[in-house]
Design a protein around this ligand. Structure first.
Ligand code: GLN
Length: 198
């Protein structure tokens, strides 16, 4: 296991719409090589993938047009480490309220789009993430979805206000409803890198 820690990895960032540039910048700060994924054949070259925030309907439409959805799902089910942030989390979820097209559906959670209402649709809140010993990760929520149900085998990765689940993990899949790439805290990016390396 240890040997792999020094392995050079490439992380793909789905680059169809949304905040993919910010993820690339974060990964560059951590000296990680990145590849912008716009077409299905690019997926084969990466060791892990980030699906950024943005507009899930727009990203999904482009994924379907570029014939990425099916292939990506296959890779994820075969163990490709993937991390979805905000809209990315929506696209990974098995059940989504407010989106009438099939998502990747690879993590057994139920999520509601734009669930925080107008007044509160963008806010900052400290996220508690025990796995990385963070009690106050600066969570930036922008028209975020809300995770309302998780299957028994899904691990809670992060919570706000002591009760609301804002991050989940299951095997190779990580999903957060906030935007770590817009904060200066790179610890979840580092966590994802370490996850890929192990
Ligand atoms: N509201 C967006 C959606 O439903 C998600 C917002 C985001 O990614 N910041 O797709």
């Amino acid at each position: 296991m240890k040997k792999k820690l020094n392995k050079k990895i490439i992380i793909g960032v789905l680059a169809l719409q949304g905040s993919f540039t910010e993820h690339v910048t974060a990964l560059k700060k951590l000296k990680i090589e990145t590849l912008l994924i716009k077409e299905a054949q690019h997926i084969d070259s990466v060791d892990g993938l980030i699906i950024p925030g943005g507009e899930s309907t727009a990203i999904l439409k482009l994924m379907n047009e570029n014939k990425i959805t099916h292939i990506l799902k296959k890779y994820i089910l075969n163990g490709l480490p993937v991390w979805g942030t905000c809209a990315g989390a929506i696209l990974l979820a098995k059940k989504v309220t407010g989106l009438n097209k099939a998502t990747l559906g690879v993590i057994d959670i139920e999520i509601i789009r734009n669930a925080y209402g107008r007044q509160n649709d963008s806010f900052k809140e400290s996220v508690r993430i025990p796995k990385i010993q963070e009690n106050q990760f600066p969570g930036i929520f922008i028209r975020s979805p809300k995770i309302i149900k998780i299957a028994k085998d899904i691990a809670i990765f992060g919570k706000i206000r002591n009760k609301e689940i804002v991050g989940v993990e299951h095997g190779n899949i990580l999903a957060t409803t906030f935007h770590p790439e817009l904060s200066n805290n790179l610890r979840i990016h580092q966590y994802f890198i370490d996850k890929i390396k192990s």
